[in-house]
Design a protein around this ligand. Structure first.
Ligand code: BGC
Length: 763
């Protein structure tokens, strides 16, 4: 049988064959090794690198920023097409993100996707407590979940790289960026940081909700002299290795794909140009496979630091030190070709930077699919809001509770007055570093408390008194005092506006600003019990206000769901369980102050004489010469790890599995904790160690483990910690880790001042 084809059919078939063969031909061309997802990443990176022109390689090291909220690509299209951009910051629209990636995949020569970056720090739309507040939960699961929620929401707008977590140890609350980190302790910071990395990065390749994490700011930025941002640091290498580097190592071990070099110069060398840190330690010792990005404009700032003459010099120094991607200025794009042609930077060094950047893009699966797949409906979902509320619940710290003023109970309290500048502060409650959080979604303390009071049959009055913390409104204070007369209890919400903390926002005094102190004083003079709620980006020096309050709940900046969470705590739906992630100073002059300080040769012993005890014409040696302040002693207002609850915890029967351990053994420590209070509550049990004799001066105590233990009223539990002796190692004078034989004290308790202890030795 012969089938006759019409001309039209024949034409159609020929056209189809042409398409097939052309796409087959294209396929052969478009399927080089680097596009084969079954190949190991190293093979793909090598293959791709071998195909790139010098300009395409330089393009990968270039990160630019677009105007926030940009809706079309405007003048950027040619730069994308030519492969001149490795990463773009501040795109936050799924349409724009997808069109960028379409250009990269279809129009740029090699089809290398860009990394779309944004600062997603403690939430994207649904805002969680500031990181310092999350650290107060002592609960890595909270941090992991917070980061997961943030990543999911951010990925719905095309973002696939966040500049978080911030792992800077901060011992000086004047530094505004203390809000962004996890406080003063390397162990707590490491645990929370690791959880955040895991939460942000999710399942990576194939997971459209994963964000590459960026552990920042590497390193010692939190030691800025005088607590003033961007200031120089002077941290010796032994202390870097002992205190500042470990959280970064932990983040890298948890898989953090990127690191951000910090702004500071440490002992005269800007970190962005510090080869020892960026190459010897990160690559050589730690085998970090990801890439290092500069901080914003930091390459150019080598000129301001006075160590580079111009952009080319700054690019040369930083690239040779081990910085891989330059943020914002375009200096690498402008100068790198010349630097390579003149032999100031080797092409091999550029190749290693590009290889690290490509590694991250492959690891995230962006070559296979860089497009947005997360629906918009994830933003502010019920699940996300519930997680944010749980984080806020666990992060608030009960600092004081005289006569069990809290919780406010309906049978004792008929009417509450709520007042103060943070009581209905939709924006400030969210805290610093929220580029995308919308205050319209904040549920304030006013709304949360009002709703819960209605349910409980308690009347609530709200008087604004001070509109914001610096508001000078004496008549507002008068109105609050008048309203207080009808109330059985006063809740006054004071603290800091969001703008007082975060980058570049430092304070020389940690006292409450404006008329807030006066507000608390006048309310307290009414004789009604005052419950002070503090929302702030740092620990504040509020001793006078604490003295005037019957109860104090410290919430840092608690985020979108802070209001309902605080209402639950105030009315006793849940017991507070937060613990201080930083030492609370008594007065600003005590900072830097932190629990894990070295012992001095003349430590204070508690018998020190203060200003009031000094007789006139006292002799020069009268005071005894120990390490303290005449006007502020040596103790903080609250130690690290401190926080009360509505339970009443008693610790007993601390027992160790042995009196002596070998260096490869594990110490087992058991403790019984009972809740002898009248409410169910959760206690964070903390284990500290002190090394008695070492080759260098050691901290008086170091946190080694902690565990949150929920205990019903009347319940008692025995908890066992297992601490490998290897975790007692420290950095010796030769900069190497070591463990000495000798005696140690192990402490367990509810804060860093616990004295319940047992002695053991290492043989
Ligand atoms: C900050 C970083 C931030 C970067 C990008 C810098 O000024 O120090 O923490 O990630 O800007 O916004």
């Amino acid at each position: 049988m012969c089938i006759r084809l019409s001309n039209n059919t024949l034409a159609a078939i020929l056209a189809a064959i042409a398409v097939l063969s052309s796409s087959a031909g294209e396929k052969i061309e478009k399927s080089p090794l680097y596009k084969d997802a079954s190949q190991p990443i190293a093979v793909r990176v090598n293959d791709l690198l071998g195909r790139m022109t010098l300009d395409e390689k330089i393009g990968q090291t270039n990160q630019r920023s677009v105007a926030v909220g940009m809706h079309d690509l405007g003048g950027w299209v040619p730069q994308f097409e030519q492969g001149h951009i490795g990463s773009i910051m501040n795109v936050s629209s799924p349409q724009v993100a997808d069109s960028i990636q379409r250009i990269m995949l279809n129009k740029s020569r090699l089809g290398i996707p860009v990394l779309i970056a944004r600062d997603v720090i403690h939430g994207y739309k649904t805002i969680f407590p500031i990181p310092l507040g999350q650290a107060a939960t002592f609960n890595p699961d909270i941090a992991r979940k917070g980061a997961r929620v943030a990543a999911t929401e951010a990925s719905s707008d095309g973002i696939r790289w966040t500049f978080a977590p911030m792992l800077d140890i901060a011992r000086d609350a004047r530094w505004g960026r203390i809000a962004e980190g996890c406080g003063e302790d390397p162990y707590l910071t490491g645990q929370m940081g690791q959880a955040m990395v895991e939460g942000f990065q999710g399942g990576l390749a194939g997971d459209p909700t994963s964000l590459a994490a960026c552990a920042k700011h590497f390193v010692a930025y939190g030691a800025a002299e005088g607590g003033r941002d961007y200031n120089s640091t002077f941290v010796p290498e032994r202390v870097l290795r002992q205190t500042y580097l470990p959280p970064f190592r932990q983040a890298i071990d948890a898989g953090a794909l990127t690191i951000m070099a910090s702004f500071n110069d440490n002992d005269g060398i800007p970190v962005s140009a510090n080869r020892h840190l960026l190459t010897d330690i990160l690559r050589g010792e730690w085998k970090f496979p990801g890439f290092v990005v500069s901080d914003c404009f930091a390459v150019r700032e080598l000129i301001s630091h006075g160590v580079a003459a111009d952009a080319a010099d700054a690019s040369r120094q930083t690239m040779n030190a081990g910085l891989d991607m330059e943020m914002e200025t375009g200096h690498y794009l402008e100068t790198m070709r010349g630097l390579i042609e003149n032999g100031h930077v080797s092409e091999a060094r550029l190749d290693s930077a590009v290889a690290a950047i490509l590694y991250v893009k492959f690891a995230m699966g962006l070559f296979e699919d860089p497009f947005v797949h997360t629906p918009q409906s994830v933003k502010y979902s019920a699940e996300h809001l519930a997680a944010a509320k749980e984080a806020a619940l666990q992060s608030a710290i009960l600092l004081k509770n005289e006569n069990n003023t809290l919780p406010l109970k309906p049978n004792r309290i008929n009417r509450i007055l709520l007042t103060g500048p943070l009581a209905d502060a939709r924006y400030d409650q969210l805290g610093t570093w929220i580029f995308d959080g919308e205050k319209e979604h904040t549920v304030t303390l006013r709304h949360g408390l009002d709703e819960l009071c209605r349910k409980k049959g308690i009347a609530m009055d709200f008087v604004e008194s001070l509109k914001y913390t610096r508001h000078d409104n004496l008549s507002g204070i008068d109105a609050a005092v008048t309203a207080a007369r009808n109330a059985d209890a006063i809740v006054v919400a004071v603290g800091e506006e969001a703008i007082f903390s975060g980058e570049g926002h430092c304070m020389a005094s940690l006292n409450l600003v404006g008329r807030q102190s006066e507000l608390v004083e006048r309310l307290s003079a009414t004789g009604k019990p005052v419950v002070m709620v503090v929302m702030a980006g740092r620990p504040l020096t509020i001793k006078p206000e604490i003295d005037r309050s019957a109860a104090v709940l410290y919430a840092f900046h608690p985020g979108t769901m802070g209001g309902p969470a605080l209402a639950d705590l105030l009315l006793g739906v849940t017991s507070p369980s937060g613990k201080t992630p930083v030492t609370f100073p008594l007065t600003t002059g005590q900072v830097p102050i932190y629990y894990n300080h070295n012992n001095t040769g003349r430590p204070a012993n508690g018998t020190e004489i203060g200003l009031d005890g000094i007789p006139e014409d006292a002799g020069n040696t009268f005071l005894g010469c120990t390490s303290y302040y005449l006007d502020a002693g040596h103790k903080p207002m609250y130690p690290f790890g401190y926080g009360l609850s509505y339970g009443c915890f008693e610790y007993s029967d601390l027992k160790l599995s042995a009196g002596e351990y070998g260096k490869d053994q594990t110490i087992k420590a058991r403790i019984t904790v009972a809740n002898n209070g009248t409410m169910d509550a959760t206690e964070t049990v903390q284990l500290y160690v002190r090394d008695h004799v070492a080759s260098v001066t050691r901290p008086v105590k170091e946190l080694k483990q902690f565990r949150r233990v929920p205990l019903r009223k009347g319940e008692k539990q025995t908890i066992e910690f297992e601490l490998p002796v290897s975790e007692l190692s420290y950095i010796g004078a030769d900069l190497r880790p070591r463990i000495d034989s000798g005696d140690f004290t192990l402490f367990i308790g509810g804060n860093s001042e616990t004295t319940l202890s047992a002695i053991f030795s290492i043989k």
